[in-house]
Design a protein around this ligand. Structure first.
Ligand code: SF4
Ligand code: SF4
Length: 169
């Protein structure tokens, strides 16, 4: 499946190989809802991805808000959003994240094993720069804001994963 994002390809192999893959070796990037919203059943598509064991549901604590717009946060709210698993998370075999940094399961010897257009939104949004001065046009806060209105999809995907498979006839 191809992600729906139309972010322009900003790959820079020489910069990223000189860096050694700091981002991919510490925190896999979050995916945006669009990837799932284009599927016939977004929740089933999310469940299918999570069932591969290569993806997990990360947690964002609290709702990002802009006080200048009169918005209010909610520190007790937890927003779940998907990202590729770390190697430790894949070994643990759960959709829940493990604390701490870890290498993305999709990182290969020559960089990301996914073509640019199939990478998570946060990975596409990270613009490489020298000296670890990389910048991102789509942050964890943006991810939390976008996923806030799709938490029902996430809940449904978790229900699908928890359901026993239908007996074969
Ligand atoms: S995007 Fe930045 S942190 Fe990630 S591998 Fe490239 S240079 Fe390193
Ligand atoms: S999906 Fe690819 S670009 Fe994103 S963190 Fe994993 S290896 Fe890196």
């Amino acid at each position: 499946m191809t992600a729906a994002s139309s972010v322009e390809n900003n790959e820079d192999y020489s910069l990223c190989s000189a860096c050694g893959g700091e981002c991919c070796r510490t925190r896999p990037g979050i995916e945006a809802p669009e990837r799932f919203l284009t599927a016939a059943s977004p929740a089933e598509e999310l469940a299918r991805l999570l069932a591969t064991g290569l993806w997990v549901l990360d947690r964002h604590y609290g709702i990002p808000y802009s006080p200048e717009k009169g918005e209010k946060g909610d520190p007790d709210r937890i927003i779940l959003y998907p990202r590729p698993a770390t190697r430790q998370e894949r070994e643990a075999g759960d959709v829940q994240v493990l604390p701490g940094a870890g290498e993305c399961v999709l990182l290969g010897e020559d960089g990301c094993t996914l073509p640019f257009e199939e990478r998570p939104r946060a990975c596409q949004a990270l613009a490489p720069a020298e000296g670890f001065a990389c910048t991102s046009s789509w942050t964890r806060f943006d991810a939390a804001k976008e996923w806030l209105s799709h938490q029902k999809m996430v809940g449904k995907a978790l229900s699908i994963l928890a359901s026993p498979p239908a007996p074969k006839v």
